[in-house]
Ligand binder design. Structure first.
Ligand code: ADP
Ligand code: F6P
Length: 324
């Protein structure tokens, strides 16, 4: 029989993402509506180990749905990767009467959640990362805001790039995944899109492309480079030397993680937060929430972590065809 859940905890972990606040708000309000108490754990697993735990009421999450970042704070915590760290986490949850935990974060955070669940604390994961690199879900909280922020910034770089007839390499985040680069590359009409999943390190092809485009009269050449490839500054130097065309690198960096969440991020975060609260209150454990084929669903963490995600071949082909 599923264990009775009286109190749950919620934490945000790994890189923050716009929409995490909307998810926290939904978790708190739906759990309270289900008759369950909620505690907020500050600064991810690090805050759990430091016992930075506060009671959350309905009003504690007022006026946050529109804000970027996470009101709970977040951290990366190496101690939680160890058995000792995880045992300490379990003991602290028990001491604070936390029967179940909702972890909002990426796949690293899911591994922590999985460890807690194996040790008897019911856990549910919610996909919160701008990288979109969680396989069991077509949507991760923060991705939509991040690509819109990056898209606006790339438009601005394009203006000045055209005026100066330069080539611009713009590096976007995504860790080892190329989703932000692919989406922005298509949405910004980039001439080249470099994805870690597809890159063959043949720079000569890019150089030829730049020279041919210039001959055809193009005044700018935008290359969207994914963080997983990186080295944009040295690449710019080499391209300038080979083409004779002024080339600049812009690394967009952390601006992509901040800002008010888009409507889409607020909506998905709200539904996923409520869904996670419902299944945790119902006694489910070791599950992650996802969105697939138009439906919000939950998956076993082991299965979710074992799934392999790849860039769609068709989307990649289209991105190349449109950039010609
Ligand atoms: P994300 O959740 O965005 O993928 P990280 O990979 O940095 O970010 O993971 C966030 C945190 O999750 C780590 O700092 C660590 O505390 C915890 N974590 C990551 N991997 C593991 C693991 N294998 N076992 C236990 N905890 C982990
Ligand atoms: O996972 C989100 C992300 O912003 C990645 O795109 C990036 O590689 C990483 O986090 C940066 O992490 P940190 O904040 O530790 O520098």
């Amino acid at each position: 029989m599923a264990k009775e859940i009286k109190t749950i905890g919620v934490l945000t972990s790994g890189g923050d993402a716009p929409g995490m606040n909307a998810a926290i708000r939904a978790v708190v309000r739906k759990a309270i509506a289900n008759g369950v108490k909620v505690k907020g754990i500050k600064k991810g697993y690090q805050g759990l180990l430091n016992e930075e735990i506060v009671d959350l009421e309905r009003w504690s999450v007022s006026d946050i749905i529109q804000r970027g970042g996470t009101i709970l704070g977040t951290a990366r915590c190496s101690e939680f990767r160890t058995d000792e760290g995880q045992n300490k986490g379990v003991e602290i949850c028990r001491r604070h009467g936390i029967d179940g935990l909702i972890v909002i974060g990426g796949d690293g955070s899911y591994r922590g959640a999985q460890a807690l669940s194996k040790k008897g604390i019911n856990t549910i994961g919610i996909p919160g990362t701008i990288d979109l690199d969680i396989t069991c879900t077509e949507y991760t909280i923060g991705f939509d805001t991040a690509i819109n922020t990056a898209m606006d910034a790339i438009d601005k770089v394009r203006d000045t790039s055209s005026s100066h007839e330069r080539c611009s390499i713009i590096e976007v985040m995504g860790r080892n995944a190329g989703y932000i680069a692919l989406w922005c590359g298509v949405a910004n009409g980039a001439e080249d899109i470099l994805l870690p999943e597809k890159y063959d390190y043949n720079e000569q092809t890019i150089i030829n492309n730049i020279i041919n485009n210039r001959k055809r009269g193009k005044t700018h050449h935008i290359i969207i480079n994914a963080e997983g490839i990186g080295h944009s500054t040295s690449m710019a130097r080499r391209i300038e030397a080979a083409t004779g065309i002024e080339t600049r690198a812009t690394i967009l960096g952390y601006m992509q993680r901040g800002g008010n969440p888009t409507c889409k991020d607020r909506f998905y975060a709200s539904i996923m937060g409520a869904y996670a609260a419902d299944i945790l209150c119902a006694g489910k454990t070791n599950r992650v929430v996802g969105y697939q084929h138009g439906e919000f669903q939950d998956f076993d963490i082991e299965e979710a972590l074992a799934m392999e995600k790849s860039i769609s071949e068709y989307q990649y082909e289209v991105s190349k065809a449109l950039s010609m």
